[in-house]
Design a protein around this ligand. Structure first.
Ligand SMILES: C[S@@+](CC[C@H](N)C(=O)[O-])C[C@H]1O[C@@H](n2cnc3c(N)ncnc32)[C@H](O)[C@@H]1O
Length: 238
């Protein structure tokens, strides 16, 4: 029997990122998330699963849809990675928030391979199988259980080869480590508030399995990356 019961998911909490925020605060927050993705494995988790999904597609070009793209941090890293290997990669970065897209456009100005679209992840303006793969990072936990299956369903519908959802693990250890990291690095108010709260809003593996079932994208492969406090959900081709 476990010493402590599982940490319950906090429902209907509001992160500062979900509310009104100044432009400078948004920019600072996405700089922080970028560091987190870089030094704490977030980008690597998405890329490693994406590369497996895409396989050895060295000819032709590949199109990836990033849902809830935020500061376009992961698209930029993917494009840099592809450039180094001489691969033709195009990323469509989708976010529902116009101001966040403006921040992302500035951050990714040197990467014409990335295009930006304002849309809701629950209703993507992309035809079925219209992209090779769909990815999403640190976004699923923003959606409550009534909406989250919609995101998975849309990622499954739009992607030809499959999708990768990457989010935080929900555990006491993850909460303490994220709380400490955001304090130690003296990040901005939004990151300090939203980081630990995101852990408490994240879905467990069994919750994700039931979301995937409701979304009609089962079976999914769920891979834990405890070192990076991340959980990856990989869906195959439809
Ligand atoms: C914490 S940020 C993650 C940013 C980025 N994916 C990363 O890992 O660096 C979450 C983003 O998801 C976006 N978002 C939340 N719900 C969304 C929805 N239903 N459709 C599209 N974007 C959404 C938010 O606007 C925000 O930019």
């Amino acid at each position: 029997m476990p010493l402590l019961p599982d940490l319950p998911r906090i429902q209907n909490a509001v992160e500062l990122l979900d509310g009104p925020a100044s432009l400078s605060e948004l920019e600072a927050n996405f700089r922080d998330i970028s560091r987190l993705n870089r030094y704490f494995g977030g980008s690597w988790v998405t890329r490693s699963h994406l590369v497996r999904l895409l396989g050895e597609r060295r000819g032709g070009s590949v199109t990836v849809l990033d849902v809830g793209s935020g500061g376009a941090d992961i698209p930029v890293r993917l494009v840099r990675w592809a450039r180094r290997r001489g691969l033709a990669l195009r990323v469509i970065a989708v976010d529902r928030d116009r101001r966040i897209l403006d921040v992302a456009r500035r951050r990714a100005a040197a990467y014409p391979e990335i295009s930006f679209v304002q849309a809701d992840g629950l209703s993507l303006p992309v035809r079925g199988g219209g992209v090779d793969a769909a990815i999403s990072s640190l976004t699923l936990h923003h959606l409550e259980p009534d909406a989250a299956p919609g995101l998975l369903a849309e990622m499954g519908r739009t992607s030809r080869l499959g999708f990768v959802v990457n989010d935080l693990m929900r555990s006491r250890l993850a909460y303490v480590l994220v709380w400490l990291t955001t304090r130690l690095f003296a990040w901005n108010r939004m990151s300090r508030h939203d980081g630990p709260l995101s852990v408490l809003r994240a879905y467990s593996a069994s919750e994700i399995r039931s979301l995937a079932e409701r979304a009609g994208v089962s079976p999914v492969r769920i891979v834990r990356h405890p070192l990076w406090l991340r959980l990856a959900v990989v869906g195959g081709p439809r």
